[in-house]
Write a protein that binds this ligand. Structure first.
Ligand code: ADP
Ligand code: MG
Length: 140
């Protein structure tokens, strides 16, 4: 298996409920290593840019409002097959449909307020990491 890096966000619904440590523990227990991390409050422009792929979707405005409603933790995670592994431990987008033991099943509130983001492919992982981190901020 290849060592990969992926981009992760602990979203505002999770930071508001003080779940940062619990989610981090689930990521680390899944074999992912945090190689960069910071807490920030996204601007509207940052959120709109980050989710530009969804700009035609009906939920885009609400999604950007939610993602700017409080602080987030942005992270770079590294490990074997990190992109797929992270998606696996996150669970399905809709917590109601997520598998038992996943982050979204355990802590997600709704299809929107679902605790975490994770890149879905190597190209998006590279883009999303570069959107929030300088190379000098990432150290394995
Ligand atoms: P994922 O985060 O699992 O990759 P998507 O890329 O499809 O899911 O959507 C991005 C984010 O937009 C989701 O994590 C969720 O916060 C929000 N979202 C997705 N679908 C909906 C929906 N039908 N209604 C409201 N928010 C949604
Ligand atoms: Mg997605």
């Amino acid at each position: 298996m290849a060592i990969e890096r992926t981009f992760s966000i602990i979203k505002p619904d999770a930071t508001a409920r003080n779940l940062t440590g619990k989610i981090l523990s689930m990521l680390e227990s899944a074999g992912l290593r945090v190689v960069a991390q910071k807490r920030l409050h996204m601007t509207r422009a940052q959120a709109e840019g980050f989710y530009a792929v969804h700009k035609e979707r009906p939920f885009f405005g609400e999604l950007c409002a939610y993602m700017t409603s409080g602080p987030v933790i942005v992270q770079v995670l590294q490990g074997d097959n990190a992109i797929a592994r992270n998606r696996e431990i996150m669970g399905a987008t809709d917590p109601a449909k997520a598998a038992d033991g996943t982050i979204r099943k355990t802590y997600g509130e709704s299809i929107e307020r679902n605790c975490v983001h994770g890149s879905d492919a190597p190209e998006t992982a590279a883009q999303e990491i570069a959107y929030f981190f300088a190379q000098t901020e990432i150290t394995g």
